[in-house]
Ligand binder design. Structure first.
Ligand SMILES: Cc1ncc(COP(=O)(O)O)c(C=O)c1O
Length: 405
């Protein structure tokens, strides 16, 4: 696959020194198709969106709305109005907390998350639950290291208002059974939010099939620009949301003491929108569809399996998460016993292997694992077997250099 996309990614030629970029769960590199769509916007269609009457402004507005329609199609949303542009997955989840949950939660209600959640899908619920006197419950991991949905008693109970879960864990690569959870929740009128930040680039997202109420992700983890994300909110939930950020572009009539809002999605997009970001985001969806999200998912899973095999041959290496092959998305977290993850990542960095080290914004999971952090390798379309070899060579080197000291 790397050969097929080699020409698309300038970083492969332009980054300083040879680079094995294995930090894709944090952010992916961008293909020319996205960079050019983004830059075309600033070169030829730069004007205010939804604000000007002259042709250039009409074009900027049309491009922005076309991007929304494209992304709605990308995730199988029946109506483009159900797609709200935000700054990121984090922003999207906070929007649900502040615009929906703040109105919906009553004292004693429950919100459930899993032990795996990224802070972005944990803290907004912790905060809003405290504010509303609701209870934040955690779906703990079972013996197999996966969230044990069946053991979470009362998950689908009368007090549950929302289940907020990631589709793919950014630390362990675990793929959660979101469709199954959403189906059971739906039957009881419980809302489900899917954090698809790690899924968007490698799992086909179909909000119709998932039957979820909310779904959030960022463009930058799926080969798109930084600073833009989206929230899918199903029409009935959209109708239950109150604007959270107010200002230009979302208002209909402004009175001195009362104002009225325009309909969604503009109602939730106060301020001047990021038109180039939206266009680049849609170009990323085109890019993914041209390769095929299924093929991409299979590619990164195969690399993760290969990395696990190779890493597990190195003594002192402990790998976290599912051990069977084919069980994880393209993410592998590990530690070298006796070494701090930062030290391993630093030695790897000197070898040109870009890894992430730390708690990966998942402190509740780290506490459960009894560690302060891990080293994480995460894969993308431009990675291949030679990157895995470089990864394992770098880990061996870190072991040699640091353990013998
Ligand atoms: C599972 C998950 N959710 C949410 C986020 C937050 O994404 P962003 O920083 O783009 O808002 C991340 C980022 O790493 C993530 O991995």
């Amino acid at each position: 696959m790397r050969r097929q996309v080699q020409e698309d990614f300038p970083f492969l030629r332009e980054a300083a020194g040879p680079l094995r970029y294995l930090d894709n769960a944090a952010t992916t590199q961008k293909p020319l198709q996205v960079i050019e769509a983004f830059s075309r916007c600033y070169r030829a269609a730069c004007a205010p969106v939804h604000r000007g009457l002259y042709p250039l402004a009409a074009r900027a507005t049309a491009d922005y709305e076309a991007a929304r329609r494209r992304l709605a199609q990308f995730i199988g949303a029946p109506r483009a109005e159900e797609v709200i542009f935000t700054r990121s997955a984090t922003d999207s989840i906070n929007l649900v907390a502040c615009a929906w949950a703040r109105r919906q939660l009553r004292p004693g209600d429950r919100v459930w998350v899993t032990r795996l959640e990224h802070h972005s899908n944990f803290l907004p619920w912790q905060k809003i639950c405290r504010e509303r006197g609701a209870e934040l419950r955690i779906i703990e991991l079972g013996r197999d290291g996966r969230p044990d949905f069946d053991a979470a008693s009362e998950l689908y109970g009368a007090r549950t208002r929302l289940i907020a879960i990631s589709q793919v864990s950014n630390v362990l690569g675990i793929v959660n059974p979101v469709q199954q959870v959403a189906g059971r929740a739906r039957a009881r009128g419980i809302a489900v939010l899917v954090d698809a930040a790690q899924a968007a680039a490698h799992e086909r997202i179909d909000v119709g099939a998932l039957d979820c109420d909310f779904l959030a992700f960022s463009a930058h983890k799926m080969y798109g620009p930084s600073g833009i994300g989206l929230l899918y909110a199903a029409a009935p939930r959209l109708a239950e949301m109150e604007p959270f950020i107010v200002g230009g572009g979302m208002v209909d009539e402004v009175g001195e003491s009362e104002s009225t809002w325009v309909p969604a999605p503009a109602r939730f997009e106060a301020g001047s929108p990021d038109a180039a970001g939206a266009v680049g985001f849609a170009a990323a969806a085109d890019y993914l569809d041209a390769i095929g999200v299924g093929a991409l998912g299979a590619h990164v899973r195969a690399l993760a399996d290969r990395a696990m095999r190779c890493l597990s041959e190195i003594s002192e290496v402990e790998i976290y998460g599912p051990s069977q092959e084919g069980q994880r998305a393209g993410i592998v977290s590990f530690n070298v016993k006796g070494l701090h993850p930062h030290d391993v990542a630093q030695v790897a960095g000197e070898e040109g292997v870009a890894l992430r080290a730390g708690h990966h914004c998942c402190q509740p999971l780290m506490k459960h694992l009894g560690i302060s952090g891990t080293v994480r390798a995460s894969f993308a379309v431009y990675n291949d077997e030679s990157d895995i070899e470089a990864l394992c060579a770098a880990v061996r080197r870190a072991r040699r250099l640091l353990l013998s000291e």
